[in-house]
Design a protein around this ligand. Structure first.
Ligand code: ADP
Length: 256
């Protein structure tokens, strides 16, 4: 897989992580998959979730990026180069973005950031399949995308819209991940399927798209995220980190 029209020759693969609803764990997956890829490759993570950038909290970074030779220097942590709108505008005021502004801002984040050489640039897209997302998908010169969904029917209807959006703009869908697939109770060790289970897998097979894995609801994962320390760094051998690793390996295989 080669990037569509990617003018930035230093970046080999640009992969979007998308969800059609908010709060399904898209940013958490983008970050942990980036951490796994970064154990072997040069990786950047660009948080374009302009409506609610969560990256500053998830990596515990409150400092602003420096400027050098008219370019923003990415924040480096956990072996990854990070850039987020949230590093620059960390006020609590909401931002209203219209299509042309989104396109301009995206271009800035590509052209005016010293990414250097990267094997992977992971892009955390804002949730939804509206004008802003379409503009981002078109202007980000993506080589592929992955879609995050929770298992219940209402989430899957939106995941379908996401697949169709990427097909429309000619971006290959590398696969679907089901997040919050199940919960194992610490007390009784029973598996509970709070939001149902297996829906994303069925949807993937309907669309002839790879299914990349299911991630359980996990308290530790949430705690590490809130503390600014990705679980793949703090607990690399945990079962949940192994799931992120297998998703990262799948992306790597499919983007070769
Ligand atoms: P999105 O990017 O889709 O809005 P986030 O990645 O910001 O979602 O996740 C929303 C919240 O859910 C965060 O507090 C995150 O820590 C938590 N979360 C995400 N995935 C899981 C999971 N599998 N188990 C427990 N908490 C999760």
């Amino acid at each position: 897989l080669k990037s569509n029209n990617n003018e930035n020759k230093e970046i080999k693969n640009i992969i979007a992580v998308a969800s059609c609803k908010g709060g399904v764990g898209k940013s958490t997956i983008a970050l942990n998959v980036a951490c796994e890829l970064a154990k072997k490759y040069k990786v950047g993570l660009l948080d374009l979730d302009i409506y609610g950038p969560s990256l500053p909290t998830m990596i515990g970074n409150l400092s602003q990026p420096q400027f050098k030779d008219n370019k923003l220097i990415p924040i480096e942590k956990y072996g990854i180069k990070f850039m987020s709108f949230g590093f620059i505008n960390n006020e609590n005021s909401p931002t209203i973005w219209r299509g042309p502004m989104v396109a301009r801002m995206t271009k800035q984040f590509f052209d005016n950031v010293s990414w250097g050489e990267l094997d992977y640039l992971i892009i955390d897209l804002p949730p939804g399949t509206g004008d802003a997302q379409l503009t981002l998908a078109q202007s980000s010169k993506l080589s592929g995308s992955i879609i995050i969904s929770t298992p219940q029917d209402i989430a899957l209807i939106d995941a379908r819209k996401g697949i169709n959006m990427f097909h429309k703009v000619g971006v290959p869908v590398l696969g679907i991940v089901e997040n919050m697939s199940y919960f194992i109770c610490e007390t009784c060790n029973t598996r509970h399927e709070i939001f149902s289970n297996g829906g994303a897998k069925k949807e993937a097979s309907k669309f002839n798209t790879p299914f990349l894995g299911e991630i359980p609801l996990d308290k530790n994962l949430r705690i590490h995220s809130d503390e600014g320390q990705p679980v793949c760094i703090t607990e690399p051998d945990s079962s949940i980190s192994k799931i992120y690793l297998s998703i990262a390996e799948n992306i790597n295989t499919n983007s070769k």
